[in-house]
Ligand binder design. Structure first.
Ligand SMILES: [Zn+2]
Length: 341
């Protein structure tokens, strides 16, 4: 289900499975590493402060929001010209979702856009957002899927990204229950943003499995920034969920949202993929950039939405990863995952 209506699975083509074409990500605004730089938080991005923004990317208000229609079309045109066909945009409640804008961008660029549904982390929600209980959260997600999101007729094609913090909050667990119920009722895939702890994905999987989620139709996101120990990675893969290595191109290793850990680079992501392929999990691998800041867009000197197609696919070929498997990660697995069951 795209923002322009349903399409056949065999027309999905090259897909990034977690990105944000437009977003307001100010919920994660964080103080810069050097407290003397507080005044820089209000500066517009320019070539003079771009080096600072690349390191302190969560401290620039301007960096955390982009919603210009023309800019979005320009960015997606690069993606289309590199062979890109589909983008899963998991911008949902708490991240500034704009269904009508996504519809226009899709019509203008020819890129299929699959829109998200449900709720991001508690930090991004209004106070008492779950006070009406599971029923009303469930109804809100069902409305996105069956009628249209945010009082439009544009329908969501995926439930996510459902936000989980670490430690996982009670309100977020309530949202997850409503999300699993909608996933079971509609047959739409469920895509999860886990907390930043190596065991967070397994904790969530156990929780949703008990609620009857179809684990083969669940996407565990941000695997690359969450799991560093390959035995935990293997254990997570064995549950049958899709593993989304969805931060390709994010090369700033200092991680302001979790300074006690770090953001791995693309070389580490390739090594993780090679491990998963060697252990026969190739049918569960999905890839994306999770672009959610200006500094990763081409207009602001970033890598853009075509990074996987233009640079990572050729790099994987050079490393000896078979075309057959690259095709699965870029086309076949996303098409299977997005197929409504
Ligand atoms: Zn995201």
């Amino acid at each position: 289900m795209t923002v322009l209506g349903p399409i056949e699975p065999n027309t999905v083509g090259n897909t990034t499975t977690h990105d944000h074409i437009i977003i307001d990500f100010n919920a994660v605004l964080t103080e810069p590493i050097d407290s003397k730089d507080i005044s820089k938080m209000d500066e517009k991005i320019s070539i003079d402060n771009l080096g600072w923004v690349r390191f302190n990317w969560a401290s620039s208000k301007d960096n955390l929001k982009y919603d210009d229609l023309e800019d979005a079309c320009n960015e997606l045109n690069h993606y289309r010209n590199s062979g890109g066909k589909t983008i899963v945009d998991v911008t949902n409640i708490g991240l500034g979702r704009d269904p009508e804008k996504l519809k226009v961008i899709s019509s203008k660029t020819g890129i299929n856009i699959v829109m998200g549904s449900g709720f991001y982390v508690e930090l991004a929600q209004r106070k008492n957002y779950t006070s009406d209980g599971i029923e009303s959260l469930f109804e809100s997600i069902m409305k996105d899927i069956t009628i249209g999101a945010d009082d439009t007729s544009v329908k969501s094609g995926i439930i996510g990204e459902i936000g989980c913090s670490w430690p996982w909050t009670d309100n977020e667990k309530t949202v997850m229950e409503a999300s699993v119920l909608a996933h079971k009722t509609t047959g739409l895939p469920l895509l999860i943003h886990p907390g930043r702890d190596q065991y967070a994905p397994l904790e969530i999987i156990e929780f949703i499995d008990r609620l009857g989620a179809d684990l083969n139709h669940v996407v565990m996101g941000h695997i690359d920034r969450t799991i560093f120990d390959y035995s935990i990675l293997k254990e997570t893969a064995e549950t049958g969920v899709y593993l989304n290595l969805d931060l390709w191109g994010h090369e700033s290793q200092y991680y302001p949202l979790a300074p006690e850990t770090y953001m791995p680079g693309d070389h580490e992501r390739i090594k993780m993929i090679e491990f998963l392929i060697k252990n026969n999990f190739e049918d569960q691998i999905l890839l994306a950039h999770d672009i959610c800041t200006k500094h990763r867009l081409k207009k602001y000197g970033g890598h853009g939405f075509d990074h996987l197609l233009k640079r990572i696919v050729p790099w994987m070929e050079m490393r000896g990863i078979e075309d057959r498997i690259i095709n699965k990660m870029m086309i076949k697995n996303p098409a299977n995952m997005l197929t409504i069951q």
